[in-house]
Design a protein around this ligand. Structure first.
Ligand code: 6LW
Length: 555
């Protein structure tokens, strides 16, 4: 069978994957979003089903006030003797930690913070003798002499005390003044060799994958003479796929080897969707790994062996495996999100994202009303805070996000609600219905490096049903609105093409590319997310959303 790349379209960076028996489990980084670290399962590497989130409790995940691309960096998932482990870094929130679970769908434990582990991109390795080893990246302990001057080090981890013990070993150091940012290291053992594969060059255009091996876990390691074993850095910024790196190696139990890794799909030099998860084949020659040999680049489709179990992955239509208002349809590997919250909603969709540590009960399902309710607070999307927000990753370059909602509450003070197309709190497009005292209107707003510009306004009455659409086609966006009396059927508003008014069109999205949207001295590690949101100066205001859809279509 053939797997289509990216295997996880949209903002799914820093992938880590393991195989346990006949199932594969994959996790990704999530930065300032809550819940953190989605867990996907597949039996054939083609269809991936989210089965949970590792960090789904506030007690696990302090994110208050973090910048959009801070919070949870690259995670690693591993399995040993009946227990699943995820190790990750909450930068500015406790550092490196490990959580465990017997069921990868959760619940996962509270974090065990590793006091002695400085640096980022931690991974675990269980050696043949059952010992557990920490491997990670940190600044050069002999002195940080140049940008990206980092080293890769290992030390034993005592799983009873959660302390690193014994001697530490600096096993790999980027070539002085040449290689920069050795990151994302993982240890593997095959045919008597210990391998370390790690990212190098930083997660932008120069990204790459390096490999070294040794007969001893603690080294000395020799780098492959053909390093980097895989990269797209020589293809330039206009290549179809760029920033290839940060990988994890695995086999299918039938002698076939693969790598998952992150990569980007820019449009005209701008990357909106962020870093996505891709798959590549690995062949071995003289005990060295060769990735997509012959072409040496990522391919649109990857031939994979039939699944070990002989049965394909659970299709998304399997209702037993989902707890959400409406099953997302899965077509060509892309989630077509179609949530009708009037259906017997039982739990929030697993792929629903909130920002930082949301005020409890900000986003709730109201089955008796058949809505997803956002209880509004004074935080706005421009704040480094937790506004009322419920979002989903953009997964296709051509995409329309649409919703139908009402704004209710105490009627005094200023309130707003609507749709957002978000890169971060300083770079986004808001389509919002506004109330301020007796006044009410709809406006399309571009927020560019924190500066708001009103791109269009539409008159609007209070107490109506509001249907909003944001269309994105490559690097252009358009906003449409429609209103109806409160008694109208919400779903019918979206099904008819009549009555739509353009609030703004021809909106350039270049500023939302990760190449431009990054804050000072920092990368933009996230990707675009559409979402429902609202804000109100006073308590007692809320926005009720009846339907939310994200479809690969647009103007
Ligand atoms: C990730 C590290 C990196 O932890 O970016 O540039 C961090 N390299 O590998 C966030 O994705």
């Amino acid at each position: 069978m053939k797997v289509k790349n990216p295997i996880l379209p949209g903002f799914y960076p820093d992938p880590s994957l393991i195989r346990v028996d006949d199932a594969y489990y994959l996790v990704n980084s999530t930065f300032a979003y809550f819940p953190g670290i989605p867990v996907f399962r597949s039996r054939d590497l083609c269809t991936w089903e989210q089965i949970g989130n590792v960090m789904d409790r506030m007690s696990q995940l302090p994110l208050d006030g973090v910048r959009h691309s801070e919070g949870l960096y690259a995670p690693t998932i591993r399995y040993h003797d009946g227990t699943f482990y995820v190790i990750c870094t909450n930068v500015h929130g406790g550092g490196n930690f490990v959580v465990t679970a017997t069921d990868p769908a959760g619940p996962w434990s509270e974090p065990h913070y590793l006091q002695e582990a400085i640096g980022i991109d931690p991974s675990l390795y269980f050696d043949d003798d059952g010992s557990c080893w920490y491997i990670g990246q940190r600044e050069n302990s002999a002195g940080y002499t140049h940008n990206g001057d980092c080293e890769i080090w290992i030390r034993r981890l005592d799983l009873d005390t959660w302390h690193l013990t014994g001697e530490e070993y600096v096993v790999l150091y980027g070539f002085a003044k040449m290689a920069i940012w050795p990151e994302g290291p993982h240890i593997y053992k095959k045919d008597g060799w210990y391998y370390i594969m790690h990212a190098e060059g930083g997660t932008d255009m120069e990204h790459s994958i390096m490999c070294a091996r040794s007969r001893n876990l603690t080294g000395p390691y020799e780098y492959a003479l053909y390093n980097p074993v895989f990269t797209h850095r020589h293809m330039g910024r206009w290549a179809k796929v760029t920033c290839v790196g940060h990988s994890d190696l695995f086999d299918d139990g039938q002698g076939n080897w693969y790598l998952v890794m992150l990569a980007c799909r820019p449009t005209d030099g701008r990357t909106l969707l962020g870093r996505e998860t891709f798959l590549a084949r690995v062949e071995w020659e003289n005990d060295w790994p060769f990735v997509n040999p012959e072409t040496g680049m990522l391919e649109d489709e990857v031939p994979v062996a039939d699944p070990l179990s002989g049965t394909p992955s659970l299709p998304y239509t399997d209702t037993s495996s989902y707890e959400c208002a409406h099953l997302p349809e899965n077509r060509d590997g892309v989630l077509l999100l179609s949530y009708d919250f009037s259906r017997e909603a039982r739990a929030l969709p697993l792929n629903l994202l909130q920002l930082r540590n949301p005020v409890p009960d900000t986003v709730t399902l109201q089955p008796e009303k058949g809505v997803l309710r956002l209880r509004l607070n004074p935080s706005t999307l421009k704040d480094q805070a937790s506004p009322a927000f419920a979002g989903f990753r953009q997964q296709t370059k051509l995409c329309t996000a649409e919703t139908v909602f009402t704004l209710s509450g105490n009627g005094d003070g200023e309130a707003a609600a609507g749709l957002v197309y978000l890169q971060d709190n300083n770079n986004h497009i808001r389509l919002e219905y506004h109330e301020n005292g007796a006044d009410s209107w709809i406006q399309a707003v571009r927020c560019l490096q924190g500066e708001d510009t009103i791109l269009g306004r539409v008159p609007a009455e209070k107490g109506m049903l509001y249907a909003f659409r944001i269309h994105v086609r490559d690097l252009q966006a358009a906003c449409e609105v429609k209103m109806a009396s409160a008694g109208a059927d919400p779903a019918s508003l979206l099904s008819s093409e009549d009555g739509w008014t353009t609030a703004a069109k021809g909106i350039s999205l270049r500023f939302m590319g990760t190449e431009e949207a990054h804050p000072e001295n920092m990368c933009c590690f996230t990707g675009t997310v559409f979402g429902m949101y609202g804000t109100a100066k006073s308590a007692g205001n809320y926005a009720d959303f009846y339907v939310y859809r994200q479809l690969p279509q647009g103007l």
